[in-house]
Design a protein around this ligand. Structure first.
Ligand SMILES: Nc1ncnc2c1ncn2[C@@H]1O[C@H](COP(=O)(O)OP(=O)(O)OP(=O)(O)O)[C@@H](O)[C@H]1O
Length: 641
């Protein structure tokens, strides 16, 4: 207290700032400092002015250190380090994060992020990954004895935002993760992240090795899988191929089809993919392309065969449905130009509207632009302008895409349709379609094969109960080999029995598979249910046909009505235009005669007026007649007593 008093009453030295001036300056730097300082002095007897230089010095040192650190770090990073930057909207992000999640430094990190799916959270990438059913993402949690082990989503740990040091091949590297939440338009938030990986030294080779390792790990994961991409466009960005899943490769043998046709297809593709064939095509100036057309009713195996083919040749498959609203001329063309060199392209529903017109027709239909598909919840924007119509894919547009300049050479093109008869000859001419495969409804052989495929047990499976029969008597001998053989023989018997009960060429393989899947572990129950299933399916089919016929009739009626209205409108417009022309002619004539109306002109005026009146009368009469016709039609439609 004494010290305080002595300092307060000391007269200010000449040239030195008075305490009031000091407070005013400090208040500018630290707002409210004078109040705080007076309170500290009054209640705790502490004169903050004495500590102030020390506090300022510490602050200054911290600030200078941080400035020098950042400056020094910037210089070191720029001149003595190499850095790779990875953005969320590239597939390498997913590859790298999957690799990082497997590293020790990620699992040991004290600040970490946990995910069940480490794929990019940028909404446009994320929405195509969220349902990816990669089996590797699952782990088994051991249950108690006798209880089946549960499959659960694996938890994956990756280092949190900030900088983390880790070792790779004996070298220290820096993993830097930063967050950048961005508003995408007015509706959704994209979680954008950025990853920087840096190494010491000016040679970035170690970073490239790391990225290659991440990529190889990713490819190894897909080794026995068929990677499926789908064409997608959100309306906000360019259309892109999105990886939608990696499925276990479907063995070719599981697709039931004439063995000769299957062999022919495999041989053809094998020959096409040989490097020598590419040279052969190049030497002769023939475009190196191969197209296949698979046609037949729905559920007969067209897509299954395409997937099996892609898996057999270890190629990714790019699927695009031409009946989807996003299949516009621009989108399809852009998607085709971004296809990789070696892949299978599956164009589904090539009989969709627009493509069934002939090339000479050149019809281009206008359809509304596809609505953007959002990952998260979206808010409808009231009063938003309707999307501009976009041009639907026309036949000539598709032909241009298939063999125009932008088309990729070296891909295997598969087109599927349910209606071969609707296709234009130009679309399926040799050069565009080199092999056509027909898929049909199930005959006895196919039905039996489907039955066998469903019930024949694999090595790691429990045999289904197959009841008694000549072959089943061999069961229970204790010899697992002969038991397995007897089960197969019994299933064969049942398959033939089943095939004899299902009428040939009436049901698609998908329908038959649907029945058998209801009794996955009980072939006898499936056999028993066959009769009632046939009846039920026939009934449902008949009902569906009636419904469809009714819908077609309604559509036809609507179309006719619309056409009639359109015609009426056109006629009205024509008459209006005619009247306008006559009126302007009359006006012109009157102007020419410069207002000096003679008896003659009066006659001609009344003549024109008469004509216009006549037109109007005609119009009225026509409308009345139409109304009367409509009334009489409706009368006759419902009948009068
Ligand atoms: N020939 C077949 N061999 C094996 N399975 C088949 C066969 N046909 C159909 N299936 C089964 O039926 C289901 C549907 O088949 P798929 O999708 O391949 O038919 P699709 O002909 O492509 O039908 P759509 O014309 O409607 O696209 C699949 O689960 C598939 O396993």
């Amino acid at each position: 207290m004494a010290t305080c008093n002595s300092t307060t009453h000391e007269p200010p030295r000449p040239g030195a700032a008075s305490p009031h001036q000091q407070f005013a300056m400090l208040d500018m730097i630290i707002p409210g400092f004078s109040v705080f300082s007076s309170a500290a002095h009054a209640y705790a007897g502490i004169d903050l002015n004495l500590y102030l230089p020390m506090v300022l010095m510490i602050c200054g040192t911290i600030w200078s250190w941080s400035y020098l650190y950042n400056y020094g770090r910037g210089i070191v990073e720029k001149h003595l380090m190499s850095t790779v930057r990875i953005h969320t909207d590239d597939e390498i992000f997913n590859m790298l994060m999957a690799w990082v999640a497997k590293q020790r430094f990620a699992s040991k990190s004290r600040r970490f992020i946990v995910n069940t799916n480490v794929n990019s959270r940028a909404w446009m990438m994320w929405r195509f990954h969220w349902n990816e059913d990669d089996e590797d993402d699952e782990e088994e949690s051991s249950g108690s004895v006798g209880v089946e082990k549960k499959k659960q989503k694996k938890l994956q740990y990756t280092p949190s935002y900030g900088t983390h040091i880790f070792w790779f091949r004996g070298q220290p590297l820096l993993f830097e993760r930063s967050e950048n939440r961005e508003q995408m338009g007015s509706l959704m938030v994209s979680e954008k992240e950025e990853i920087n990986i840096s190494c010491f030294g000016r040679n970035p080779v170690i970073l490239k090795e790391l990225l290659m390792e991440a990529r190889e790990l990713h490819l190894a994961k897909d080794e026995s899988k068929t990677v499926i991409y789908r064409g997608a466009a959100t309306g906000m960005e360019d259309p892109q191929w999105r990886r939608c899943m990696a499925r276990s490769t479907r063995p070719f043998s599981t697709v039931i089809l004439n063995e000769k046709v299957k062999k022919q297809l495999i041989d053809d593709v094998t020959d096409y993919l040989k490097p020598a064939t590419r040279r052969w095509y190049a030497n002769r100036g023939i475009p190196y392309r191969r197209g296949y057309l698979l046609y037949g009713p729905p559920g007969t195996g067209k897509s299954s065969l395409s997937l099996a083919l892609a898996g057999f040749f270890n190629m990714p498959i790019y699927i695009l449905s031409l009946s989807s609203p996003m299949a516009t001329e621009e989108n399809v063309s852009s998607l085709f130009s971004s296809l990789p060199r070696r892949c299978v392209v599956l164009l589904e529903d090539i009989d969709s509207a627009g493509l069934t017109h002939t090339r000479e027709d050149g019809t281009v239909e206008a359809i509304p632009a596809p609505a953007p598909v959002a990952a998260g919840p979206t808010v409808a924007v009231k009063g938003a302008a309707p999307a501009a119509p976009v041009s639907r894919l026309s036949l000539s547009g598709l032909l241009n895409v298939l063999d125009g300049v932008a088309s990729q050479e070296g891909r295997v093109l598969i087109m599927t349709t349910n209606h071969l008869e609707k296709l234009d000859k130009a679309l399926i001419r040799p050069g565009r379609v080199d092999l056509t495969v027909e898929f049909g409804r199930s005959d006895a052989g196919m039905t039996a094969s489907i039955f066998r495929a469903i019930y024949t047990p694999y090595d790691n499976e429990v045999s289904p109960s197959v009841g008694t029969g000549p072959a089943a008597e061999k069961q229970g001998t204790g010899d697992s080999g002969s038991e397995r053989t007897s089960t197969s023989e019994r299933i064969d018997e049942l398959a033939r029995e089943f095939a004899s009960r299902v009428p040939e060429l009436e049901f698609s393989p998908a329908e038959i598979q649907g029945l058998l899947l209801r009794y996955k572990h009980d072939p006898l129950a499936a056999l028993d249910a066959t009769e009632s299933w046939i009846e039920q399916t026939r009934k449902e089919r008949a009902e569906k046909e009636i419904r469809e016929a009714e819908e077609r009739r309604k559509e036809e009626e609507k179309r006719k009505k619309e056409e009639g209205e359109k015609r009426k409108k056109e006629e009205k417009e024509k008459r209006k235009a005619k009247r306008k022309a006559k009126k302007s002619k009359k006006q012109k004539k009157a102007d020419e005669e410069d207002g000096s109306a003679t008896d003659k002109s009066g006659v001609s005026d009344s003549e024109s007026d008469g004509e216009i009146e006549k037109d109007k009368e005609e119009e009225k009469t026509e409308e009345t007649t139409k109304g009367a016709t409509a009334t009489s039609t409706s009368d006759s439609g419902y009948g009068t007593p």
